[in-house]
Design a protein around this ligand. Sequence first.
Ligand code: ADP
Length: 216
Amino acid sequence: MRVLMIAAPGAGKGTQGERIAAHFGVPHIATGDLLRDHVSRETELGRQVKQYLDTGALVPDDVVLGMVREAMAAAKEDSGGYVLDGLPRTMDQARSVYQLAVELEMTATAALHLRVGEDELLRRLLARAEQGRSDDTEDVIRRRLALYREVTEPILDWYDERGILVSVAADRPVDEITREVLGALDVLASVADHVPEGERRSIDLTGLDAAFGAAR
Ligand code: ADP
């Protein structure tokens, strides 16, 4: 199972990413966690990226991609799968990670989009701010959300055209989301074995929210 997670800050990538990775026995490669770990260990890389993290700006591509290349190469030696969380964030990164995956023969089974409205995202991030993450202040949160809308969200279309996009309404109980996502990923994984890229169909679970909303 090889999954790319694409969602706004606060959408729940970390929580769902960990569960999906554990379920399939693959590593959860979270770029934000890796970067924050470098900052807290005060490595050379950590010193280079601290300013970007603190202000909510994107870290330069070569830094993030170098880090992810290492993690993916290790994943190839291990289970052969991955849940990549936090990358790609731009169309350039999407192309680079695709190229890297082709090189390693590990192209994604699915791109997972957790959909949450802006108000709810803001509410969650401000609540999380109490935990003291350096980029969870209101100004920086707004900047990260705007960046997501401008440069990250547009790349979803590319995955949709490739037929590997799973979109899920993620403003619901965590367990429900996990259950639906795992079901959809199983479908895409079985399709991936038989159907060539270009003939696959994306899975849109966001409509279920409207259908079942009244019963909740
Ligand atoms: P969130 O998505 O909740 O804001 P992350 O932990 O995924 O949090 O990322 C935190 C920060 O790490 C980002 O604001 C950015 O500075 C940096 N970062 C993470 N992934 C990338 C990436 N793919 N490209 C550039 N910067 C990144």
